[in-house]
Design a binder for this molecule. Structure first.
Ligand code: HEC
Length: 148
């Protein structure tokens, strides 16, 4: 049941119009969506480790890839830490947009590869794709998210 709720949240993520949100709302929304992505990744991780519910995990991986594509709408300008908002988003997101977009595109690609791998039964390919996907999340955080 919880798994289904997470899927719904991810599907509803980053609707067009998000760019019109005020800064505080945008920050709250992206934080909530990041948490949902984390839940989804946790569900995938269990499937990778146990070999169970692999089909569901594939749907989550697909949802993460789609979400990554829409992620820019979650980061409207002037919604960073230096704008006085309660957020871990660093100013480099907006001063180095190419780099930010590269990391975002990497998540999109890795999650799509993971979704594809989960449709087959090559456990080592699945594990490798999972590791790359998790690393794509970490690599963006390492550069663009403040360490509280
Ligand atoms: C392109 C950059 C980028 C990618 C890729 C990315 N994140 Fe994030 N993430 C951020 C930023 C920036 C924040 C800080 C957001 C804020 O505080 O407003 C964040 C915050 C978070 C948070 C903390 C949310 C909170 O409670 O405030 C979690 C959890 C998280 N991300 C999980 C993930 C997971 C899981 C993935 C991969 C599936 C991922 N992120 C991919 C940039 C990224």
């Amino acid at each position: 049941m919880r798994a289904i709720m997470v899927a719904c949240c991810i599907m509803a993520m980053a609707l067009p119009g998000a760019a019109q949100w005020n800064g505080a709302d945008a920050a709250l929304e992206r934080q909530a969506e990041m948490k949902s992505a984390d839940d989804a990744l946790g569900i995938i991780k269990r499937a990778v480790e146990t070999g169970a519910d692999v089909e569901t995990a594939g749907l989550y991986a697909r949802a993460i890839a789609d979400w990554a594509r829409k992620m820019p709408t979650l980061f409207p300008r002037n919604t960073g830490r230096s704008d006085g908002l309660k957020t871990a988003a660093l100013a480099e997101i907006w001063s180095q947009p190419d780099e930010f977009n590269r990391r975002l595109a990497r998540l999109m690609n890795e999650a799509a590869i993971l979704a594809q791998a989960l449709r087959g039964n090559d456990r080592s390919a699945i594990a490798a794709a999972y590791a790359e996907t998790a690393d794509a999340c970490r690599s963006c955080h390492g550069k663009f998210r403040a360490d509280f």
